[in-house]
Design a protein around this ligand. Structure first.
Ligand code: ADP
Ligand code: MG
Length: 387
């Protein structure tokens, strides 16, 4: 689960990490009011969306007066914010963070995540913090410093000193940096995070550290341990089809193409997507209905595909094992009763109760094409969308 910058900053601050003064606002008028109450020398108005790269995309604006704050807020909220991470359609901005503008002399990068190869948390820091960090990581990897943390010992002081000196600082910053890294690590562990990122972490004119940006992602597998985090969820940031799918325990991921695909088993779903691409088309989604899918789940899954307006053809590729082909057929027929199928439907069924499943589909009056192999199915569906 992802949360907004202002929510992440609140969590960091609660654990002792210094952040600039700031408050969320939900409209340009409120942004003005918040700024007026804060009464700072200068302000930064920041779009709160679950996508990075806001600064470069015009989602972070400086303002000196209350009028400028309101105008900046209006410009940011006016249209969807398209960043390098938002996807081409961008993100609608419903919330802002109005923050005091802080002068600083250096922007650093700080991230904590799980390093899969060492199976341990890793602290990542760089002097090249700010808006170019992805490029730095790709072109000058030597500027990225790493300290792997042994989960049993936790972060130990020499690792903080290592980072401090490798960043080019003298002894004067050790105490504060060590404290800050421990606080960030505490947040990472306590909330079962997959990412705690502060970019930039700045060094102020008087040599103190301050978190100017914050990103926290939580590991959903541990969400049962953190009921208190549920209130931080922002449903506006979630894809409505993905949310619906999760309610039915379906593995659904939205993609950019126009071929709706319903498959059982993650491996078969991936192979199906590969073949769709090879045949010259693009999948609109990944949907693994799983082995134990019942009629309700199939119905829900098929309705989700039908509810996606971009879908121009549907491919059902089921290898009946634990999931029987007749159950699949019944689910498809149920869904088609409430949502009309207006695009070509290609069905490839094999395995348990395949004859019965096919017969049910044939007798249902649904219009569909039958494919014998996955390859044929992929070619038929590509021909349908490319027609
Ligand atoms: P993003 O990472 O999405 O681009 P940031 O919150 O990092 O958004 O903001 C982009 C840049 O704006 C930062 O790298 C920093 O230079 C500047 N910035 C952000 N917040 C402040 C602030 N409170 N005061 C001064 N500069 C800021
Ligand atoms: Mg940032």
């Amino acid at each position: 689960m992802k949360i907004h910058e202002y929510q992440a900053k609140t969590i960091l601050a609660r654990h002792g990490i210094p952040i600039p003064e700031g408050r969320p606002a939900f409209s340009p008028e409120e942004a003005r009011k918040v700024a007026e109450e804060m009464g700072a020398q200068g302000y930064v108005v920041k779009a709160q969306v679950h996508a990075g790269g806001r600064g470069k995309a015009g989602g972070v604006k400086r303002a000196s007066t209350l009028d400028e704050v309101e105008a900046a807020a209006r410009t940011i909220m006016e249209k969807p914010l398209v960043t390098a991470q938002s996807g081409p359609e961008g993100k609608k901005v419903n919330r802002l963070l109005v923050e005091q503008a802080v002068p600083f002399k250096q922007e650093l990068y700080l991230g904590i995540t799980v390093d899969r190869s060492s199976a341990a948390p890793v602290l990542i820091m760089s002097t090249a913090g700010g808006m170019e960090i992805e490029e730095v990581a790709a072109k000058q990897p030597e500027l990225i410093l790493k300290e792997t943390v042994h989960p049993l010992t936790g972060l130990v002081p020499f690792q903080c000193r290592n980072l401090n000196f490798s960043l080019g600082f003298g002894a004067g910053t050790i105490k504060e940096l060590t404290q800050l890294l421990n606080q960030a690590y505490e947040v990472f562990m306590k909330y079962d995070c997959s990412l705690v990122e502060v970019n930039p972490l700045v060094l102020t004119e008087d040599d103190h550290f301050l978190a100017l940006d914050a990103k926290i992602n939580f590991d959903d597998n541990a969400s049962y341990r953190h009921k208190e985090l549920a209130e931080l969820r922002d449903p506006d940031e979630e894809d409505p089809l993905e949310r619906e799918a999760s309610e039915f325990n379906l593995n659904y991921i939205r993609l950019d193409g126009n071929v709706g695909a319903m498959v059982n088993g993650a491996g078969l779903a991936m192979a199906t997507m590969d073949l769709i691409k090879q045949a010259g088309a693009e999948p609109a989604n990944f949907l693994d209905v799983g082995g134990g899918a019942n009629v309700e789940m199939i119905t829900a899954g098929f309705k989700i595909i039908l509810g996606d307006s971009r879908v121009r053809a549907i491919l059902i590729n089921i290898f009946g094992g634990i999931l029987r082909c007749d159950v699949l057929a019944q689910g498809v027929i149920e869904a088609a009763k409430t949502v009309k199928i207006q695009v070509p439907l290609i069905v490839r069924l094999q395995g348990t109760n395949v004859e019965e499943g096919r017969k049910m589909l044939m007798e249902s009056g649904l219009d569909f094409q039958v494919a014998e192999t996955i390859n044929d199915a992929a070619k038929l569906v590509a021909a349908a969308v490319n027609a």
